[in-house]
Write a protein that binds this ligand. Structure first.
Ligand code: AP5
Length: 218
């Protein structure tokens, strides 16, 4: 089973993916996390990526599709992937369709996290994440647990980090990009009958319960 977790910045895609990773041992493929890992390299590409990401724009499809194909072609994660933050425009959705065909896989559901935009700035401005396992916490809604109890039990030396694109002006650009380029691809998937809407305004645990119910019916 492959799943796409879908929604605007701050909707809870990473939070809910980490639940699926721990509970049902799926592999999380977060394009945002892969790009942030590249940023640390200090390469020329990293400088270009940082500029694009801090402006709230999308990184080029070629770079993203190459990252995705590397993972989707790995037999160890075949049919067990949560796509987090991908696809983000129609070109990426079409590229994904082609790759799924090529590697004989399919998407079982798009979990669409529905949330009012008014809450997103607070969610994003309160976000802090474990530097090791990447689990997101929130200063307002989900305070960090002790390091020794963090996801992988090896996060003792963790730092709690804030992202450079988590500021008010970048967030409004990220939302604009989402509305213009990402939201329209839901129609691509609605026509396949695999979109499952989730009320993501509820507490983290209640959102998880809705997702569990959807997955148990797949
Ligand atoms: P990416 O990293 O994908 O960011 P995003 O889509 O903007 O989503 P976020 O990570 O901000 O939010 P989330 O939905 O995961 O929320 P989270 O669970 O952390 O992308 C970053 C950038 O990389 C893009 O702008 C782009 O430049 C580039 N990029 C990435 N993928 C790309 C692609 N495919 N193509 C081109 N460019 C790409 O939750 C947020 C906070 O809210 C947390 O603190 C959490 O604790 C809290 N929270 C979560 N759920 C709840 C709840 N139910 N109640 C209360 N608080 C909650």
């Amino acid at each position: 089973m492959n799943i796409i977790i879908f929604g605007p910045p701050g909707a809870g895609k990473g939070t809910q993916s980490s639940f699926l990773v721990n509970k049902i041992k799926m592999f999380q493929l977060s394009t945002g996390d892969l790009l942030r890992a590249e940023l640390k390299s200090g390469s020329e590409l990293a400088k270009q990526l940082k500029e694009i990401m801090d402006a709230g724009k999308l990184v080029s499809d070629d770079i993203i599709n190459e990252l995705i194909e590397k993972k989707i072609s790995d037999p160890q994660v075949k049919n067990n992937i949560i796509f987090d933050g991908f696809p983000r425009n129609l070109e990426q959705a079409n590229a994904l369709d082609g790759m799924l065909k090529k590697y004989d896989q399919k998407i079982s559901a798009i979990i669409n996290l529905k949330v009012d935009y008014s809450i997103l700035v607070k969610r994003i401005s309160g976000r802090i994440s474990c530097s090791i396992c990447k689990k997101p916490f929130n200063e307002f809604f989900d305070p960090p647990i002790e390091a020794k109890n963090c996801e992988n039990n090896n996060c003792e030396s963790r730092e709690l980090i804030k992202r450079s694109d988590d500021n008010e002006s970048t967030v409004s650009n990220r939302l604009k990009t989402y509305d213009e380029q990402t939201l329209p691809i839901l129609d691509h998937y609605r026509s396949k009958g695999i979109v499952k809407d989730v009320d993501a305004m509820q507490s983290i645990n209640d959102v998880t319960s809705q997702i569990e119910a959807i997955i148990s019916d797949l």
